[in-house]
Design a binder for this molecule. Structure first.
Ligand code: 5GP
Length: 193
């Protein structure tokens, strides 16, 4: 999506360890107009897919997922991160290593809000190694629900998660796919832009 790629070039900054900072429009301050356009793009890509629930992970996915839920006209469920070891029988839970914080979180959703007849679109801001997405897929499948697909704002293709999950048959629609980025600020998109 050209609009998003242009914004990454304009406002993104590259941090050590292959981390892209986009606090200006996505991860701290939020550009709602841009998020609306992104949500509309996923609506176009997933037209006629009968999606009835959006699933994301706290905290940075919530803004994006909320806009997407509004555009799709369906509820948004966000998986909660917890350090608690006492997992209640009322939740589905999985372990997810964090790319940015280098910790492992227990991630959970209430059984009350995720059901076997749900057709789920998973939304997240970034796709790197795929750990967060694998966790969300696992939660969906634990509930017996269907993963219709995933919508990612920014995929860093070179960190491997996207290619691995697509090879497993999951549909992933990333609106900006970064093929490579260098510490001196050069970003190459898979689209060729
Ligand atoms: P993964 O689990 O695929 O390795 O990483 C995805 C998760 O880590 C996302 O939920 C996102 O919050 C965070 N993340 C991964 N890479 C980046 C990045 O370059 N910048 C930011 N801001 N977050 C990232």
């Amino acid at each position: 999506m050209k609009l998003l790629e242009d914004r990454i070039i304009q406002d993104g900054t590259i941090k050590p360890g292959g981390v892209l900072k986009v606090d200006n429009f996505l991860n701290h301050q939020i550009d709602t107009g841009l998020l609306y356009e992104m949500a509309c793009e996923w609506k176009r890509l997933y037209v006629n897919c009968n999606i009835n629930k959006i699933l994301t992970i706290e905290a940075s996915g919530i803004g994006l997922a909320s806009m997407t839920g509004y555009v799709f006209g369906c509820p948004v469920l966000f998986a909660k991160k917890s350090k608690t070891v006492n997992i209640s029988p009322d939740v589905y839970s999985v372990e997810v290593p964090s790319f940015t914080h280098k910790t492992v979180n227990t991630v959970m959703v209430s059984r009350e809000y995720l059901h076997a007849d749900d057709r789920v679109l998973i939304i997240d801001d970034f796709l790197a190694t795929g750990a967060a997405l694998k966790g969300l897929i696992a939660l969906t499948e634990l509930a017996g629900a269907t993963v219709v697909g995933c919508g990612i704002a920014i995929e860093k293709e070179f960190q491997g998660g996207g290619p691995e999950l697509r090879a497993q048959g999951y549909r992933i629609e990333s609106l900006a796919r970064i093929q490579s980025m260098t510490d001196d600020g050069k970003i190459l998109f898979a689209s060729g832009n």
